[in-house]
Ligand binder design. Structure first.
Ligand code: AMP
Ligand code: ZN
Ligand code: FE
Ligand code: FE
Length: 297
């Protein structure tokens, strides 16, 4: 039987619903052999996950999903928010710590500003939202969604994101994130394997402007690979079918690592553990190149 490998999941250390212990339990129940723990902009869940997975027979790959952004020079298009997975980073790397501390601090402030804007039309307070964010956890829009759900405005997180929390809506406030090229360098320098998360969820999202000509798209990916990008998360429910085909051709051109993952957030998203998986061959490539820390088992 091939190993069941899901390399992208979140906990209460960012915007997931499960504690690291509950995530490990749910991953075991889902029959996973290998689980990537990839909270947004923090490594805070690693210790608890290490304790929970010990002796269970499953392996946890310590990881992070780093917030980044892409600004196309001279294109007149707004900056695009991009997520970069980093597998096996050194938790003591100073530059990575500095960058994640900075992003989390800006995320806190940004969420407060969003609450202030929302107060024009919704009854909620920052104190209520803050109570749902564990100390040190990475704050995100799903934390606001929770209060809007509790107050009966929306049935679930997805409905709140389709409404007032959407990125192009009047209540949205962006947060600081490093440029994608810098994020790749920071992860590489920390010994991690940088892999673009859900790279093609729509024509106007992602690291590359996919409305460009195929030649320009390829040139864009060439530059990211030159910079140290190691792989693409192709099997993800939010990548479009046309996007997956394009990403496969990019991966072949550069012999990139290819992953498939759920991006599980517990009850905060419909994504189910193991709904997409990664091959043993590509996991082996991650393990061979990730030098910052060791898998947990
Ligand atoms: P933020 O990090 O504050 O910009 O919020 C975006 C995060 O919310 C992403 O990591 C998503 O995984 C999460 N999220 C949960 N549900 C949704 C949804 N329905 N649409 C978009 N993002 C969602
Ligand atoms: Zn998330
Ligand atoms: Fe993401
Ligand atoms: Fe994610």
């Amino acid at each position: 039987m091939p190993l069941r490998i899901d390399l992208h999941a979140h906990t209460t250390c960012s915007d997931g619903a499960d504690s690291p212990t509950a995530l490990v339990e749910h991953a075991l129940a889902a029959g996973l052999d290998v689980l990537g723990l990839s909270d947004h902009d923090t490594l805070a869940g690693w210790q608890e996950a290490a304790d929970a997975v010990s002796g269970s027979g499953m392996t946890v790959i310590p990881a992070i999903e780093l917030s980044a952004q892409v600004i196309d020079r001279g294109a007149g298009t707004p900056p695009r928010s991009v997520h970069l997975l980093g597998y096996l980073p050194n938790p003591d790397n100073a530059a990575l710590r500095q960058e994640t501390d900075k992003i989390r601090s800006h995320r806190d402030h940004r969420l407060q500003l969003m609450v202030e804007k929302l107060q024009t039309d919704f009854d909620l307070s920052w104190e209520e939202v803050a109570k749902t964010i564990p100390p040190g956890a990475t704050a995100g829009r799903p934390h606001i969604a929770q209060i809007l759900i509790d107050k009966g405005y929306f049935p679930d997180t997805s409905a709140a994101f389709a409404g007032p929390l959407r990125a192009d809506g009047p209540y949205h406030v962006p947060h600081y994130a490093p440029l994608l090229t810098h994020a790749i360098t920071v992860l590489r320098d920390a010994g991690a394997v940088p892999i673009l998360a859900h790279p093609y969820t729509g024509a106007r999202s992602g690291a590359i402007d996919h409305t460009l000509s195929e030649e320009d798209i390829m040139t864009g990916y060439d530059a990211l690979v030159d910079h140290g990008l190691a792989g693409l998360e192709i099997d993800h429910r939010e990548n479009t079918e046309a996007g997956k085909a394009l990403l496969q051709s990019v991966a072949q051109r550069h012999d990139l690592i290819v992953t498939g993952s759920s991006d599980y957030h517990g009850t905060k998203k419909p994504n189910q553990l193991g709904e997409n998986t990664t091959s043993e061959e590509h996991l082996e490539r991650i393990l061979a190149h990730g030098t910052g820390t060791k898998p947990l088992s």
